[in-house]
Design a protein around this ligand. Structure first.
Ligand SMILES: [Zn+2]
Length: 294
């Protein structure tokens, strides 16, 4: 777990947007508009969130701050306790279900047992929720909050049309995003969300992980899921039904299905192998469901 937040950017990113980078763990975003500032995600601990606010010179009583939780994955909202003095937090209505689920508490217990930096974390969810989409009218910039389920049921991405910039959070990832469950319906939603984001034709795309910044990342993610579908369709039903480790089937290994374009350490590689296995199982279940009727 990192203990430092860096305020950073990249060439081509509008100067009104800052990236709040917690090592290789996650990037939160800060957007300055004429009317208010917007904090998109609060990092993995209140300490990291406080550090980011200090570095950005954001204080209670200053310029109005709108806070958004993109989804209830720990690395995106466990900093919420640092924001009590700032005002309400916005999130999708499905954040409530996720927060109420025993898995939310179990994750905190697990991580608190491993590292003391999590002892201060409180499970605080959004106090303003919406369904469908929502717009934040900042004057010079409009932030479209787009419900984009699939990675998680409550996932929200942010599109800013005035600067053709998409902040897809975890819906787009290099080398691939991860589906919420092995249920084919979640896979269907993730692929639909990817197409929805692709159709925005944003010139700048800055996800929360993997430090990607090109719109091609979305196309690569779409191509990856298309390749999984095609490759799985080429394998007989019996093999698919009987396998317990589909990634060991020739042509279904991660390296066969997606070009890995950046240097990843062993930890990261293992992390994305898990993503791949999960995506693959959902794809196989979809294939088995389709061919059942035939
Ligand atoms: Zn994430």
């Amino acid at each position: 777990m990192t203990d430092t937040v860096e305020i950073t950017s990249f060439e081509g990113l509008d100067p009104r947007i800052s990236i709040l980078r917690a090592g290789s763990e996650v990037d939160a975003m800060f957007v300055r508009t004429q009317r208010f500032d917007v904090l998109i995600d609060t990092l993995g601990t209140p300490a990291l969130c406080r550090q980011a606010l200090e570095k950005l010179c954001v204080t209670p009583g200053g310029k109005p701050l709108v806070i958004l939780n993109s989804h209830m994955d720990w690395d995106h909202f466990w900093g919420n306790a640092a924001l009590r003095a700032f005002g309400p937090i916005i999130g999708h209505v499905k954040t409530q279900e996720r927060l109420a689920h025993p898995a939310a508490r179990a994750k905190l217990a697990e991580k608190s047992g491993q590292e003391s930096c999590f002892h201060e974390v409180e499970l605080i969810g959004p106090s303003i929720t919406f369904s469908g989409d929502m717009k934040l009218h900042g004057g010079d910039l409009t932030l479209h909050l787009l419900h984009t389920p699939g990675h998680t049921p409550d996932h929200v991405a942010v599109y800013i049309p005035e600067i053709s910039t998409l902040l897809p959070v975890d819906a787009v990832e290099d080398p691939m995003p991860c589906v919420w469950s092995k249920d084919p319906d979640a896979l269907f939603e993730l692929r639909r969300s990817l197409r929805q984001l692709r159709d925005l034709r944003a010139l700048v795309v800055a996800p929360a992980h993997g430090r990607t910044k090109t719109p091609e990342a979305i196309e690569r993610n779409i191509a990856y899921f298309d390749a999984l579908e095609r490759r799985v369709a080429g394998i007989d039903r019996k093999t698919l039904q009987e396998t317990t480790a589909p990634e060991t089937i020739p042509s279904l290994a991660m390296e066969d299905c997606v070009p890995v374009l950046r240097v990843m350490d062993d930890g990261e590689t293992a992390f994305y192998r898990d993503f791949h296995q999960r995506n693959l199982i959902a794809t196989i279940r979809e294939r088995l469901r389709q061919t059942e009727v035939a």
